[in-house]
Design a protein around this ligand. Structure first.
Ligand SMILES: [Zn+2]
Length: 195
């Protein structure tokens, strides 16, 4: 374990949320949000990933929670199917098409969504809830991708639907910005005062 850094996946909901642009794994040396996965294996309910930072090149290890493989998704029409990471990923890929989002960023987004579902401790989620998690992440990643994804999952059929979604994504961005400020204030308060 020498030199190995355990960068436990932070579940980012509510006021604890540092919400780092949908990229939840940060380099422990330089805080850069993009890393290359060199090796990946399951350790109990966690996935251990050996990563190389894209910025400083240093290597670190993360232990990430993953949605239980047995997770079921309840569709709108009541049908139930097994959770499919590849399917979620490809729907997100369609949403970010030509938006300059790196594949690692998208993988990290799916990791974050899976971690949030895992945090719920449930064995089934509604597809609507899964879409909401995806939208929440996309709002931090890219506005246009958010609108594309929302228009697909909510079956937009008029321009007004986009206007409502724009309000939604902007509101979500404001809440995250506000949460960040509060987090910083809390952090400042927790620091020892030398006077
Ligand atoms: Zn780094």
């Amino acid at each position: 374990m020498t030199g190995r850094i355990r960068n436990w996946y932070r579940l980012t909901r509510g006021r604890r949320s540092p919400a780092p642009e949908g990229v939840s794994v940060r380099c422990p040396f330089c805080a850069n949000g993009l890393s290359q996965v060199l090796d990946s294996r399951e350790v109990g309910r966690l996935v251990r990933r050996r990563r190389a930072c894209r910025s400083c090149g240093r290597r670190f290890t993360t232990y990430e929670s993953q949605a239980a493989p047995s997770l079921q998704v309840v569709k709108r029409d009541g049908r139930i199917e097994g959770y499919d990471r590849a399917k979620l990923l490809s729907s997100l890929q369609a949403a970010v098409f030509k938006r300059g989002i790196l594949p690692e960023g998208l993988q990290a987004t799916v990791d974050a969504i899976e971690a949030e579902i895992s945090n719920l401790g449930v064995t089934a989620v509604e597809s609507r809830q899964l879409a909401d998690f995806a939208l929440e992440r996309l709002s931090l990643l890219d506005e246009v991708a958010y609108l594309r994804y929302a228009s697909g999952v909510r079956k937009f059929n008029a321009g007004e639907d986009f206007l409502v979604a724009i309000d939604e994504v902007r509101g979500q961005q404001r809440r995250v910005a506000q949460a960040r400020i509060q987090l910083q204030l809390q952090f400042d308060e927790d620091q020892p005062h030398w006077n």
